[in-house]
Design a binder for this molecule. Sequence first.
Ligand code: HEM
Length: 469
Amino acid sequence: MISFHLLHFVYPIRDRQGHQISGPPWIWANGHMIDKFLDGRVKSKEWRVHGAVYRIWSCGIPEMVITTPEDVRAFHSDSDQHEKSPSSNGGWFFHQLLGDCMGLINGSRWKSVRGEFQHAFTHRAVMNMSSSISQYACDYVNDICSKSSDPMTVHAASALAEFPFFCTAEAVYGPLSGGEKDELWALGQRNLALMRYVLAGGIYRFAICRLFCTSAAKELDAFRRDWSAFNERIYQTRRTSSSTVLIVSIWRLVKDGTMKECEGLQTISEMLFANLDVSSHALTWFVTLLAENTEVQQRLQEEIKSSKVRGAISEEFCNSKHGLLRLCWLESLRLRPFTSFAIPESSPSPKILGGYQIPANTSIVVDTHSVNIENSLWGADTHHFRPDRFAGIKPAELRYNFFAFGFGTRKCLGQHFAESMLKTFVAHLLDKYTVSMSSSSKPSNAGDYDLTRDSWVPTSNVHLILSKL
Ligand code: HEM
């Protein structure tokens, strides 16, 4: 009944013939918010029966899902004027954690926060960091080697997650001591634990939860206090010796009131904690897909071997925009986008999408699985890992046919950094090991691997065998 009421009277959306937009029925009490994140791949397939454009709900907020490159293009034609939906339609608890981060604020506020972080992640800045990224990747792989026998079986996500996390953290804070790393990791785990209230939804979507859910509110307050104190402490230890480190310039702005503390803290939280899942998802699949495709892996190992300069892997090789390493990176991003449903955003103008008249300021979500996989551009073998497909595609063709770092003007701040960091890691890993799938990690009958469901980006729950070369 509620669904019927919302659908027909509160948010009517029709095509030219007056037909109402379709979509899965509204679910008490969170709508489709949980399904969208935790079961995205399955739901993307299931919901496509509702057409190329359909409606889902984040609690009581309607979100229009678009699935075709044509609609992605039409929607993004004015992307410089788009706004991210407030707190991603995630409700009050989510707002307390990330509502003021760079990725979710708009207009002049976004411009000024992005302007303060941007310089540290330009392509040039990342190239300047590439020798420390390479050293860190090499040390991380050597550390795996020293830990166990040969061959060894590792849980992919657990063995790999710390690499992108600390590599990104050192881009923000400079070199971290062992104690600082432990503290930061523990804060990340507390942040992750708080996400369970966001995923629970219901009362946590409203400020009233402060009154009724006092233990959750206390956990949140304690985390925010300790997160602020950590950044203050790091700032104090870096401000004289490493004045060019990003935290020093950002925290100075927070201290002098130019940037709000919540913007500074939540943006760093977005880059480290929210990203822990995103980057480790990308790395885990990058390695897993190579483990599954031994022929491609062997070719890549040959490429790595022949590119070495005086016996060492060169930064030029890791950062090259040509060659199999880059093609493998793109193909793994295509097949395993970190989310099946992109972050909701709206245009200030009405749009015609899939024949429906969508009012201005309606939240639009791109079904990334449809665009990256169920899309005729990718051909009959779209479900297969075939990196060479990218060799024959012009960058302009990818624009609305490939979701990786966003479509519009709000592209990922860390895209150059993420690419450099993860390609460098894979080059060092395959220089030392051949990677294969453990027999315990075969896909289920449904065709997919078991996924973890304890974070907003379900990562693969696979085991890999690393055999020394
Ligand atoms: C493979 C890893 C990564 C992927 C796939 C990824 C993907 C994305 C996507 C899709 C967006 C949203 C873009 C949009 O809405 O148009 C985004 C935003 C963002 N990402 Fe990443 N990201 C990755 C790694 C990183 C890293 C390592 C950092 C840290 C520097 C980072 C920082 C950010 C920030 C701050 C934003 C908000 C940008 C803005 O709104 O201006 N990301 N990312």
